[in-house]
Design a protein around this ligand. Structure first.
Ligand code: HEC
Length: 232
């Protein structure tokens, strides 16, 4: 497949009022998915899952890829080192390779509003997840599950689904914390453990919204049945 050059607002290195544009070299995701899976990846409800070397896992609804604004980058257009800083996780010069999922956020307003969500780096594997794969993790509370999937399952697991950055089922991990502690931990983890590498819930959102999301996450984690929790 031919590689292309795509210029993006690099969300890890940009903050409100301070935009950093970077050109990357990469392959169009639509072409890649067609080659890997034919038409299968377009089935409604399918998620494209990106596995990172360190256990981080990012999952995006396959419908988001139909517009053709996503690329799998493997280098920078200016041949500078393929690295980025991630201040929210106190990390500098993080290697992005072998592959880094990027979005043309100069032309895709949805991607622009998402910031760095859905931009996994150090991607070593791609897979499809079908709705049935999520069935065990998705009890009654669909809203809470959606938020957990977006904000927590990149690093943590529920019922075997999700990332492996921190071991253990999230429902189990949350149990020793009171609702108040869990909320503080989600919104301002560094307040409870200053050196933690767990990032605070999306700091670009207004506090009212962050509170609402945290409440939904806590409701979901508390409501999920304890019986199917696999111990770490
Ligand atoms: C970028 C990765 C990442 C994301 C995203 C993330 N966590 Fe964590 N989480 C961690 C790490 C790393 C630890 C270990 C924390 C430490 O000791 O510094 C942790 C620990 C925890 C713990 C155990 C706390 C304790 O007292 O030991 C809970 C509960 C938790 N996370 C809940 C959540 C919830 C809920 C979300 C979603 C809102 C979330 N995490 C999102 C990385 C992450």
């Amino acid at each position: 497949m031919p590689a292309q050059i795509v210029e993006v607002v690099e969300p890890h290195a940009s903050s409100p009022g301070h935009e950093r544009r970077i050109g990357y070299r990469g392959f169009a995701m639509v072409g890649l998915l067609n080659r890997l899976y034919g038409e299968r990846w377009k089935a409604p409800g399918t998620e494209i899952v990106f596995f990172a070397r360190d256990g981080y896992r990012s999952s995006t609804d396959s419908a988001r890829f139909l517009a053709g604004t996503a690329w799998l980058a493997f280098g920078r257009a200016d041949d500078k080192p393929f690295t980025v800083d991630n201040p929210s996780q106190h990390q500098r010069d993080i290697p992005l390779g072998p592959y880094y999922l990027i979005w043309d956020n100069l032309h895709d307003p949805v991607a622009r509003a998402e910031g760095a969500y859905g931009w996994p780096y150090q991607v070593v594997r791609i897979d499809l997840a079908m709705p049935a794969d999520y069935a065990a993790a998705q009890p009654r509370d669909a809203e809470g599950f959606g938020q957990v999937k977006k904000y927590c399952l990149t690093c943590h697991q529920v019922a075997g689904m999700g990332g492996e950055k921190w071991r253990g089922d999230l429902r189990q991990l949350s149990r020793p914390l009171s609702d108040g502690e869990l909320k503080t931990w989600i919104i301002e983890p560094q307040k409870m453990r200053p050196a933690t590498t767990m990032p605070p819930l999306d700091t670009r959102l207004p506090d009212v919204e962050r509170n609402r999301i945290a409440d939904a996450i806590i409701r979901y984690l508390r409501a999920a049945p304890a019986t199917d929790i696999t111990r770490p």
